[in-house]
Ligand binder design. Structure first.
Ligand SMILES: Nc1ncnc2c1ncn2[C@@H]1O[C@H](COP(=O)(O)OP(=O)(O)OP(=O)(O)O)[C@@H](O)[C@H]1O
Ligand SMILES: [Mg+2]
Length: 320
């Protein structure tokens, strides 16, 4: 299957909606995923991530809106969409009773590869994704990470240009997670487009060119991770020796960050998030604390993580 060229959208959608009984799982999703990029759908349990993937993979039909995948319309050309995608679901779908190599060969045969070509492709993929040594062992004996990797590799047998990975690393230890990340990077280096869902913000931060935060079936933010983080400012923490100095420290933080400081007397700490676009520099902060006569024991500036973005966004919604 040929790869899409770089200026094409591998996945596009507008107004995608899906309800189950009284539950609106997806409420008007718009997507534009350029070919050759990694797109991360983030969101808590029940946000609609799996539903979005299922609609795009033609496993279920949308109630509203449209979507195109690899240039084909999911409603009108589902067969062509299916031939253009690989899908690794939220739960690994490999057969435990046979070996990794046999699993991959079966997938190839299922997709009408000849016996020799199916074996060749299995060997190639096992080698490329670090499973060659385990290839002849029963999958039953694989670790969770190896199983996930095999599941991911199984959807590459047909060289699909677009891959959907639903929570590819949930429940994996950091090392196995790193191995999956490497595999995803390797795929996009080869020109594939990856749309993945995750509950791990760090994962989206490391892997995705663009992320969308979903909540209750709606997008509440999207953009490159760096831009989302820049939009919420820097987190500044000051720990003082004497809790009596917390008000003075809070005054300094309010002036320096433009934000609203929150004090914690037990930890003798005051914390504030700077206004978006306002630069906070450590030397200036230390000088201001000194000038106010605050004896600071610890001063920390932390650029926001995607976790901060997520918390800020969901707090805004709760307040609204
Ligand atoms: N087949 C279904 N029948 C009824 N309700 C469903 C069905 N599929 C999804 N839902 C509901 O739609 C909402 C979105 O579910 P979805 O599985 O898309 O969320 P998710 O973001 O993938 O969550 P998780 O992180 O738990 O995997 C949930 O409220 C869920 O209960
Ligand atoms: Mg899900």
């Amino acid at each position: 299957m040929s790869q899409l060229s770089g200026d094409q959208l591998a996945v596009s959608a507008q107004g995608l909606g899906k309800s189950f009984g009284g539950t609106t799982a997806l409420d008007g999703l718009d997507l534009a995923v350029p070919a050759g990029t990694v797109y991360g759908l983030l969101g808590p349990n029940g946000a609609g991530k799996t539903t979005a993937i299922r609609l795009l993979a033609t496993l279920t039909a949308p109630d509203t809106g449209w979507a195109r995948v690899a240039g084909f319309d999911v409603a009108r050309e589902p067969e062509r969409v299916r031939r253009s995608i690989g899908l690794a679901g939220q739960h690994a779908a490999v057969d435990e009773g046979i070996t990794g190599r046999e699993n991959l060969t079966l997938v190839g045969r299922f997709h009408h590869l000849g016996a020799r070509e199916a074996r060749r492709r299995a060997d190639e993929l096992l080698e490329r994704f670090g499973l060659a040594a385990a290839g002849d062992r029963l999958v039953r004996g694989y670790s969770g990470g190896m199983r996930r990797r095999l599941d991911l590799v199984a959807c590459l047998v047909t060289r699909p240009p677009v891959l959907f990975l639903d929570e590819p690393t949930t429940g994996l230890d950091p090392r196995s997670r790193g191995e999956i990340w490497d595999a995803v990077r390797e795929l996009t280096a080869g020109g594939s487009t990856v749309l993945l869902t995750t509950q791990y913000l760090e994962e989206a931060d490391r892997l995705a060119d663009t992320v969308m935060v979903l909540d209750h079936g709606r997008a509440i933010a999207d953009g490159p991770p760096g831009r989302l983080k820049a939009a919420i400012g820097t987190r500044v923490q000051v720990v003082v020796d004497d809790a009596g100095q917390l008000p003075a420290a809070a005054g300094v933080l309010a002036a320096v960050t433009g934000g609203e400081p929150v004090s914690d007397r037990d930890r003798r700490q005051v914390e504030a998030l700077s206004l978006p676009g306002r630069e906070v520099l450590l030397p200036a902060l230390v000088r201001a604390l000194d000038a106010a006569g605050v004896a600071a024991r610890d001063v920390a500036l932390r650029t926001p993580s995607l976790d901060d973005v997520f918390l800020a966004l969901t707090a805004e919604r709760q307040a609204a």
